[in-house]
Design a protein. Sequence first.
Length: 345
Amino acid sequence: MSGMSASTWNRALGERLAPAARLVVCAALPWYVCVWLGTSTAPVAAALPAVLVLREDLFSAPRMALQRLLGVIAGVLLSAVVLHWLPTGSASFLVVLVCGCAGMYLLRHEGSPNQQVLITALMIYATPTPGYPLARLEESAIGIAVVMFLGPLLWPPDPYREAAGGLEAYRSGLRARLELIAAAAAGGRAGPVPADPFALWHRPHELSVTLERRTGRTVLLPPRRPAAGAADALRPRLRLAARTAPALLVLSREVETRSAGPEREGAAPAGPDEAVRAMAPLIEATARALDAALRGEDCAAGLRRARELTEAHRAAHPGRRDTVLRAGVDLTHEALADHLGPSAG
């Protein structure tokens, strides 16, 4: 195994082991703290926050932990009040169920109901033991506190490295997709249809939003600082990818629609017309320029070549439908020019 492959393997192994180790620590620590405090002999509620809150997006853990704590408090109060005023039975269970469902949606966040309200209410209702509601509240609070304050400190991921890796994966996928679009324009086979044809075009926006959320001051801990110059180098490329994705989606749909040619009853598709065929080298030149820009390289020469091909296509095919066909590459060229700055003018 070469040095580079060994380093890559070790990094991948570390990225897989870190979430598991983080979960073990954040589940075991509150368990033993609660056992030491004597809340119960098996404080499962203290370990559950680590299992339910620590997800792939570690930087959202404090927010999710607070939501869970609010749900636990609401569930505890609900069951305690119902069990105090109503005897255990069908009527009281229905009250807990209805009020718990209402509480889930009253405490929802970003459209997702807070299921912890109903879960806690039902667990306490099913265990009418004196002191159990307070013990569950204490155990949940300890587990949530560990997840909130300790979880993000244990082997924290590097959001900039993740975003850079996501952008590189998008760049590779985009290049392959544009090659298929150019082949379809030239009259060749367009290749297999992706399982989710729109997933690629949404990816730059998702990367940008995730990067800003993970590095902004939206958690209880200070944001992780990137290496010097990492933000300045990465964010403009992410903005370029997000800005060009809708334009390239329009281009792909136009080429796909016009590559089939006019439909005639009982006849095979006529294939791309001359304007669409002439788009193939223009799409390839635009793809090369955009690929260089997304890699962080100078794309000025590639952009000039793509614009020359655009002018030639405009002169040869001035029709209104052909203007719509070129709209995707025109918008992409404009985004590339803005990315380059005044020197591209």
